[in-house]
Design a protein around this ligand. Structure first.
Ligand SMILES: [Fe+2]
Length: 330
């Protein structure tokens, strides 16, 4: 159960938060009046997120959060600070490695949004840390559910990417990680609102900015879950471009790890060769022509050469190389 522990010495604050969450039956709220009481709860309950006051008699918020780390290392820690204390608090917050902080008095929507994001993050870290292939794949499907038009996308991307990695002569261990990275490449989209993902029109600058956060957000979580570097690179760099005009880092050419260059090709090919909310799939000839045209700008030209026979194989058999159970035929 998604559990949040709020620690504050003031009863009125605890009551206000309790009222705020009355309607939310998807979140279980626990309360403690002191750091000590909070630690006792953490020893017996699985707490996903802890929100602590900064100024408390006895154990201060910073010390409490530092100790939370020892008792329950995966729990995400959020500090609440009166605005007046903010400048002195920031340093202390950094020392306690709080994930976020919220200023008092807080805005209800903002507080809940920050807590929700932390809950999603906790869940994702648990899934990624499971080292379980079935969990990775179901996570990929969770992302696809947010955008029904991408159904089967992650499996097809994995199929193309694994075939391409074979053709490029990569070793078996790396290829296995490329399969996982392909499934998980968009896991950061869990943090992007569905209203933006399903928007059939042109995105506003702000919305596009939000979408562009998904590689970083996803890769941070993957790093926290101690995923292999190959997987993290795919999540972080799958929107980089060969000419350096991609995001988030603007890497170019071979600065972009080969695994990310491979998945970028697989990702775009599947995107144009399947239906999307805003257009039908491209015909095969047109899809291949587009891929060729983008060699050298978007894609590594050497890898595009390796990819052509794989695309050809996909023409009549859309799940090339690696048939994954349940793959949607197109
Ligand atoms: Fe992406």
């Amino acid at each position: 159960m998604r559990t949040v522990l709020f620690v504050d010495d003031e009863r009125s604050i605890r009551n206000a938060i309790e009222r705020l969450y009355l309607e939310r039956d998807d979140v279980r709220c626990l309360f403690a009046a002191s750091g000590q009481e909070g630690l006792d709860i953490l020893r017996r309950e699985e707490v996903w997120v802890v929100v602590s006051d900064y100024m408390m008699p006895g154990m201060r918020g910073v010390e409490f959060l530092s100790r939370v780390k020892g008792v329950s290392p995966d729990t995400l820690r959020i500090m609440m600070t009166a605005f007046a204390d903010l400048s002195i608090a920031v340093d202390a917050i950094n020392k306690s490695e709080a994930y976020r902080f919220v200023t008092k008095p807080w805005n209800n929507q903002e507080l809940m949004a920050i807590v929700d994001e932390a809950l999603m993050r906790y869940q994702l870290i648990q899934s990624l840390g499971s080292e379980n292939e079935a969990v990775y794949r179901s996570l990929a499907q969770t992302v696809e559910l947010k955008d029904p038009y991408t159904k089967g996308h992650c499996d097809r991307v994995a199929g193309y990417a694994v075939s391409l990695a074979h053709a490029a002569g990569l070793d078996a261990g790396t290829i296995k990680d490329i399969k996982y990275g392909s499934w998980l490449h968009d896991c950061g989209k869990i943090g992007v609102p569905e209203s933006i993902l399903n928007n059939p029109g042109r995105l506003s600058d702000d919305d596009f900015e939000t979408v562009m956060q998904h590689p970083r957000w996803g890769s941070e979580v993957a790093r926290q879950a101690h995923m292999p570097e190959t997987v993290i690179n795919i999540i972080l760099y799958h929107h980089e471009r060969y000419d350096g005009k991609g995001y988030p880092s603007g890497l170019h050419g071979e600065q972009i790890p080969v695994e990310a260059r491979i998945v970028a090709i697989a990702d775009v090919f599947d995107a144009i060769y399947s239906d999307r909310p805003y257009r039908k799939a491209y015909e095969y000839d047109r899809a291949v022509a587009v891929m060729r045209e983008l060699a050298g700008s978007h894609f590594d030209p050497r890898l595009i050469e390796f990819f052509m026979p794989i695309a050809e194989a996909a023409r009549n058999n859309p799940a090339p190389g690696m048939m994954v159970q349940g793959t949607e035929a197109r």
